[in-house]
Design a protein around this ligand. Structure first.
Ligand code: PMP
Length: 407
């Protein structure tokens, strides 16, 4: 099988004199050469301001930009490019829906239902909308293995106007039952936003099959540059929403006192967009297609299962999230008994191993689980079992440095 590591120059880096072992792809993935080269080509040959002129470079930039929109549409099986809106990241996409849809549609007496496992991007935003509108913010809770029991769906009822739920938790690694959630929400005519930030890098998403109303993700977790995200929304809903930001390109006619707005999707894309990021997203989609999701999935599941087994064998490790591989993605969070996660991360870094430490932008979840802070190793298909061996071996060293006997 092809050695995909060769596609990622950064994986040859040394950190503190050690070979880099990058186990933080859930925070941001690394970028393959093809993505970097696509951006370089765009800047060398095509850069102009899209939609802003009829000269050749502006037209080339427009073509580069709009061809990615079509690529995203096809990749996610959306019905129309009108449904694909470029944003800065997943966070901005959620805020767009919150401000342009929810603020106008939700009122006192209504409820917004989310899960306790939401990233702050999909929690604080709804909390603020609930405060502004007087609606109730209701939580669905995970069980002690970090899975969302279907019984929790009873929280979605006739008062519910919006359900917002992560496709895969960035802390627990669990994949949530989004199909059931979408079905239940639609039974009570609520709209559903799915946060796909941790899903799109790892699994194919078919929006027509899912039938959610909104879906969001960030490019930088799926091999493209930072600064680009996507909001998918059903055309008939987006059509009736007010613009989020105002300015150039989102208008049709502007008069001194009045403005008419551009058609979809431009109505939601005010100002010059991050075209390099968008170009890189197109190249990242091409790259995923080349590697293929089945290969990504198989390798990541093998790595995750291997890491889980090895970590579970250590008596001082507590796994935060499902202890087995059922409905689980390539994220393993854990607590090292007696050692603060920041110490774990700093000591591992001395051996070149990069893992994340802290609350992972999910403070309510960690408080609910009574964990408060944890470490997280996350994998991409470019990681290896040998890297996991080093990572797990060095946890003994972490315990030793902190004054404990190891195993
Ligand atoms: N949702 C989830 C599940 C995430 O993991 C993240 C990033 N950690 C976000 C939303 C926010 O992504 P961004 O910071 O790129 O907007």
């Amino acid at each position: 099988m092809k050695n995909f590591r060769e596609d990622f120059p950064i994986l040859n880096e040394e950190v503190r004199g050690q070979k880099l072992i990058y186990l933080d792809s859930a925070a941001t993935s690394q970028r393959p050469l093809k993505v970097l080269e696509a951006v370089m080509k765009y800047d060398k040959e095509e850069n102009g301001n899209p939609h802003r002129g009829s000269h050749t470079l502006s037209l080339r930039a427009t073509e580069a930009f709009e061809s990615v929109r079509e690529k995203v549409r096809e990749f996610l099986n959306a019905r129309s490019t009108k449904e694909i809106i470029f944003t800065k990241n997943a966070t901005e996409a959620i805020n767009l829906v919150a401000y342009s849809y929810a603020l106008n549609e939700v009122q006192k007496g209504d409820s917004i239902v989310i899960t306790i496992a939401e990233h702050h991007a999909n929690l604080v935003t709804w909390q603020q909308i609930a405060k502004k509108t007087g609606a109730e913010l209701r939580f669905m809770y995970v069980d002690d293995q970090g899975r969302l029991p279907l019984e929790e769906l009873h929280k979605i009822d006739e008062t519910t106007k919006i359900v917002a739920c992560t496709h895969m938790s960035n802390v627990l690694g669990s994949i949530f039952p989004v199909k059931e959630i979408i079905r239940k929400a639609h039974e009570v005519e609520a709209k559903v936003l799915i946060d796909g930030a941790q899903a799109v890098p790892h699994m194919p998403v078919d929006l027509q099959e899912l039938d959610c109303d909104f879906y969001v993700f960030s490019g930088h977790k799926m091999y493209s540059l930072m600064g680009v995200g996507v909001l998918y929304g059903k055309e008939e809903i987006l059509e009736n929403m007010e613009p989020f930001l105002f300015g150039g390109d989102m208008i049709e006619y502007v008069y001194e006192q009045e403005t008419s707005f551009n058609e979809l999707p431009y109505k939601f894309e005010a100002g010059t967009q991050g075209v390099e990021g968008i170009v890189s997203l197109g190249a990242a989609i091409d790259y995923i297609r080349e590697v293929t999701y089945p290969v990504i999935h198989e390798r990541e599941m093998e790595l995750t299962s291997y890491a889980l087994q090895k970590l579970k064998a250590l008596p001082y490790i507590k796994i935060v999230g499902p202890p087995d591989m059922e409905d689980r993605g390539a994220v393993v969070s854990f607590v090292v008994d007696g050692v603060h996660p920041h110490d774990v991360s700093m000591i591992l870094d001395h051996y070149g191993v990069g893992v994340r430490a802290g609350h992972h932008c999910a403070q309510p979840l960690l408080r609910y689980l009574k964990v408060f802070s944890c470490s997280r190793a996350s994998f991409a298909f470019y990681n290896t079992k040998e890297e996991i061996d080093v990572f797990v071996d060095k946890l003994d060293e972490v315990r030793r440095v902190m004054g404990y006997g190891s195993k």
